[in-house]
Ligand binder design. Structure first.
Ligand code: GUN
Length: 274
């Protein structure tokens, strides 16, 4: 029988562990989230991060800039936050407007306050096998979910679909770190169906319906990172859940799978103080 991985339940458990950890700290962690422009989805994400942080005892401040903010203004605010000892975490919500170089912004954040784990130092540490200050929230949340259900990773063939810096690339690195054999697929991969069929674990982070009926191996583990509104207006993911789930041993739902785990994982990061 297929087990549906309950991201909501596991995230609640992680959040209560984070809350206990925060209570024991000698200082209150302070997460500053920077929001640029008026992207409605970004605003929802940012509000959700602030609300959840406060629920677990993490102080949270949202700093908003208009869409026309200059790169210098943004970099100068980040420098100020880097030097502020009371600020323990800094997150710049992506995407940024096109006139701002996102890589410059990410690189400006102190690696010890980079709760997203996007700074090149943290990315590089992960790549060479040194413990980074922070692991990116979504892949870390997925690993936490697999561990909670005692799903083995070592020796498995994991297929990651998508190669973004936020999910695909760090996911592949983290699965490698756990001794999986990892195949990273993307829009230029010609024989995606055949590769997916060989996977013990599939992680899809593409943003469109890509994992369909009869594509996955019997008893595989399918993790759906995609979340967007389908033609019927309902939230859906990359996986055709109704057709794919009967073949799986484990599968995440959308919503209620990876989404809540990402926020719990971010709160876990935000409770770390360097
Ligand atoms: N935009 C979409 N996902 C993320 C994320 O994990 N972190 C940030 N900073 N922006 C995002």
């Amino acid at each position: 029988m297929t087990v549906i991985l309950d991201g909501k339940k596991v995230s609640s458990k992680i959040l209560s562990i984070v809350k206990e950890r925060v209570e024991k700290l000698s200082i209150t962690p302070h997460l500053v989230v920077i929001l640029v422009g008026d992207n409605p989805a970004s605003r929802i994400y940012v509000n959700n991060k602030k609300k959840t942080a406060e629920e677990v005892g993490i102080k949270s401040t949202v700093i908003e800039f208009g869409v026309n903010v200059t790169e210098e203004e943004l970099l100068s605010k980040i420098e100020e936050l880097n030097n502020d000892k009371s600020v323990t975490g800094i997150l710049v919500q992506l995407p940024l407007p096109e006139h701002i170089d996102k890589n410059k912004v990410i690189e400006a954040i102190s690696p010890q306050k980079d709760v997203d784990g996007f700074h090149p130092l943290n990315v590089g540490k992960l790549a060479v096998g040194i413990e980074p200050y922070f692991y990116p929230a979504t892949p870390q949340g997925i690993i936490m979910l697999l561990d909670e259900y005692n799903i083995g990773i070592e020796g498995k063939h994991a297929v990651v679909i998508g190669r973004s810096n936020i999910v695909g690339k760090p996911m592949s690195q983290m699965l490698l770190k756990r001794n999986a054999t990892v195949t990273t697929c993307h829009s230029y991969t010609p024989n995606l169906d055949e590769i997916i069929k060989t996977a013990d674990i599939v992680v899809s982070a593409v943003g469109k319906k890509i994992v369909r009926c009869k594509m996955v191996k019997k008893n595989s583990v399918v993790i759906d990172v995609g979340i967007y509104k389908g033609a019927d207006g309902k939230l859906t993911g990359d996986v055709d859940f109704d057709f794919v789930s009967p073949s799986c041993e484990f599968i995440t739902p959308v919503p209620g799978g990876v989404g809540p785990m990402t926020i719990a994982s971010l709160m876990y990061n935000s409770s770390k103080v360097y």
